[in-house]
Design a protein around this ligand. Structure first.
Ligand SMILES: Cc1ncc(COP(=O)(O)O)c(C=O)c1O
Length: 367
């Protein structure tokens, strides 16, 4: 074992394969460039300033975040253009937003007339805030229906402290798709609601420069649609077993793994030191039914992680295994974004040789 081998690390540890990460980022960047559209990665996947910089170096126009705290951290790190894809409305959040908007180009999501009025009121003594309307394309989470856009846009004409210049949607329901055909259909309907909403807003007198779509399952297809100006994939930086189950990625495209140790060997099972605190109990959001167990053990198809408790992964063994006590394995997680949030740092490696350690900077930034 070389001195810098990943196998010298204590477990559980979070490993990031640099070559795979670079390839994934290059691929998204090329898709955006080829289609002459913007790429605004969602950074909730990696929560890392250094990976954000890799994305900006490859041509990302800015970033997407969900949390104000993530935006504050990234603005402090020098990121200039930040979409907070979340309908902020509480007095505490709006107060922080006013101060953040003086430090970077900030855009937030609007998803109701009531919220638009609160934000307009809060920005009455400062420069107008750029906002994008969030429309619902089928996930049924936040977002106005296309039929409601006209009323919202008409109301927003009366709100001088909001500068509306974009429309976006998030098609998270693509995670429940059962075929690539269905994913393509969702990408088309995602684009359709955004383009229709943009037209309605333009008819109301707004100039809509940004028409933004693109989850990891859908972005490649949505990027090709005429009129779309931006994609926002997050998970595609790392990929994971949910994406493999959907047919969107292969295990060799998964950049993130968890290094685990065998801590006990029983007649019919192996126990690893990666419980729910390392792998999470996530088996796929938004109705995803494509994963088996709680992560894929690399190079050991005979092992299935069948159950998790907090500190233990209980794996069933379908045939003879070479694994024994203290052996280490790498596990591709079901959902890379939640797993990154469970660790303090990434151990970066190339071909199993550790090259650096990077912090998961925005880990736990929930406010
Ligand atoms: C608004 C928004 N944009 C983009 C994304 C990125 O989606 P994905 O992780 O599928 O790439 C998300 C994910 O939750 C999101 O909520």
């Amino acid at each position: 074992m070389t001195i810098n081998s990943i196998n010298t690390l204590d477990t559980p540890s979070l490993l990031l394969d640099m070559a795979v990460l670079e390839k994934n980022l290059d691929e998204i960047s090329q898709i955006a460039k080829y289609n002459q559209i913007n790429w605004r990665p969602h950074i909730k996947t990696h929560k890392s300033i250094k990976i954000t910089k890799m994305q900006l170096e490859r041509g990302a126009c800015g970033i997407t975040v969900a949390k104000l705290e993530e935006a504050e951290m990234m603005a402090k790190a020098g990121v200039r253009d930040i979409l907070i894809a979340y309908p902020l409305s509480s007095p505490q959040k709006l107060e922080r937003l006013i101060s953040l908007a003086k430090q970077a180009e900030i855009t937030i999501a609007i998803d109701s007339i009531a919220q638009a009025k609160l934000v307009n009121q809060a920005f009455s003594n400062t420069s107008p805030l750029t906002v994008w309307i969030k429309v619902n394309s089928g996930l049924n989470r936040c977002g106005v229906e296309v039929e409601e856009v006209k009323e919202l846009a008409t109301e927003m004409k009366q709100l001088p402290n909001l500068h509306l210049n974009g429309i976006f949607t998030h098609a998270g329901h693509s995670y429940a798709a059962t075929s690539l055909e269905q994913i393509k259909d969702i990408a088309h309907s995602e684009a359709k609601v955004v383009l229709e909403s943009a037209k309605i807003c333009e008819q109301a007198g707004f100039t809509i420069l940004h028409r933004s779509i693109g989850s990891t399952p859908t972005f490649k297809y949505g990027a090709e649609i005429n009129g779309i100006t931006e994609i926002r994939p997050g998970n595609a930086a790392f990929y994971d077993m949910c994406q493999v189950g959907l047919g969107v990625a292969t295990p060799s495209q998964c950049a993130l793994t968890i290094l685990a140790s065998i801590v006990s060997v029983k007649k019919d099972r192996l126990i690893l030191d990666t419980g729910s605190k390392a792998l999470s109990l996530d088996q796929g959001a938004h109705g995803n039914k494509n994963v088996i167990g709680f992560g894929k053990v690399l190079n050991h198809p005979e092992i299935t992680i069948a159950r998790l408790s907090e500190e233990h992964a209980i794996a069933t063994v379908s045939e003879e295994t070479t694994l024994s006590l203290t052996d280490k394995v790498q596990i591709i997680p079901n959902h890379a974004c939640v797993v990154a949030n469970l660790f303090d740092e990434y151990h970066l490696h190339r071909n199993g040789t550790i090259i650096d350690t990077w912090s998961v900077d925005a880990r736990g930034k929930m406010k």
